[in-house]
Design a protein around this ligand. Structure first.
Ligand SMILES: C[S@@+](CC[C@H](N)C(=O)[O-])C[C@H]1O[C@@H](n2cnc3c(N)ncnc32)[C@H](O)[C@@H]1O
Length: 231
């Protein structure tokens, strides 16, 4: 069964317009404010509160669960948030096929599904193979903010980011300055669970993660000198 890509803005919910075409994001949400992206926004607490608090910033949310997408779209509409666009879809697909590189001042990923079973680890959003795609969404000088209560996942993401060339990684000693950002974070803080919070800042020219790039092989078939290439 194919699942259509849906976009929600102040104009309502509809099929994604001109996905992937140049300037498509600016047509989705016109303006000249910087973009921030949240992946897996759930019920939208952080995205919608941030959009209300910083109306000059354009906020893009990606959520794979249609139920949460519609819930947050309804809330954005009732709060008349004209600086929010939500996409229902799978984040890595949207980053690879639909969204431009280098558009976001910040990328936020909070409490991504941990997929703790060994046979499900490949479903995690963060891996050495996906980190280049996540970092490529950042504009120069941008930062990626991440949090999880799954400590092994948090430590793995920290190691992946620290191994990425030219990326400065900060592990926060406590919480965010303004307090918990998302519903999961508020709940886990109340329960006293330890949380890994990271901020990653790529510096200089982007470079591929060595563990992702190591999997790639190149074969070039050049005709020998004097030989014609086959028709
Ligand atoms: C554990 S919840 C956390 C929700 C919210 N970020 C919070 O901290 O309260 C993870 C969310 O990410 C969404 N999600 C998981 N994988 C995703 C993917 N590949 N692309 C987009 N959203 C995804 C899930 O549907 C879910 O809403």
């Amino acid at each position: 069964m194919s699942v259509p890509l849906l976009a929600a803005t102040a104009a309502g919910i509809g099929a994604l317009p001109e996905a992937g075409a140049a300037g498509f994001l600016d047509r989705l949400l016109p303006g000249d404010g910087p973009w921030e992206l949240e992946i897996g926004f759930g019920k939208g607490r952080f995205l919608l509160a941030s959009a209300a608090a910083r109306p000059q910033t354009r906020w893009l949310g990606i959520e794979v669960a249609g139920e949460y997408f519609r819930l947050a779209a309804g809330r954005a509409s009732r709060r008349r948030l004209a600086n929010v666009a939500l996409l229902r879809g799978e984040a890595l697909y949207l980053l690879a096929a639909v969204l431009p590189a280098g558009f976001a001042r910040r990328v936020h990923v909070y409490f991504p599904d941990p997929w703790p079973k060994a046979r499900h680890l490949r479903r995690r959003l963060f891996s050495a193979a996906s980190v280049d795609l996540l970092l490529a969404a950042l504009a120069p000088g941008g930062e990626l903010c991440f949090a999880t209560d799954f400590l092994d996942y948090g430590h793995e993401v920290e190691a992946i980011l620290r191994a990425a060339p030219g990326v400065a990684v900060e592990r926060l000693a406590g919480g965010w300055p303004e307090g918990p950002r998302t519903n999961y974070e508020a709940k886990y803080e109340r329960e006293g669970r330890p949380i890994v919070r990271l901020i990653a800042r790529p510096e200089g020219a982007p470079s591929l993660h060595p563990d992702g790039a190591r999997e790639v092989l190149v074969a070039l078939c050049r005709p020998a000198a004097g030989e014609d290439a086959p028709a």
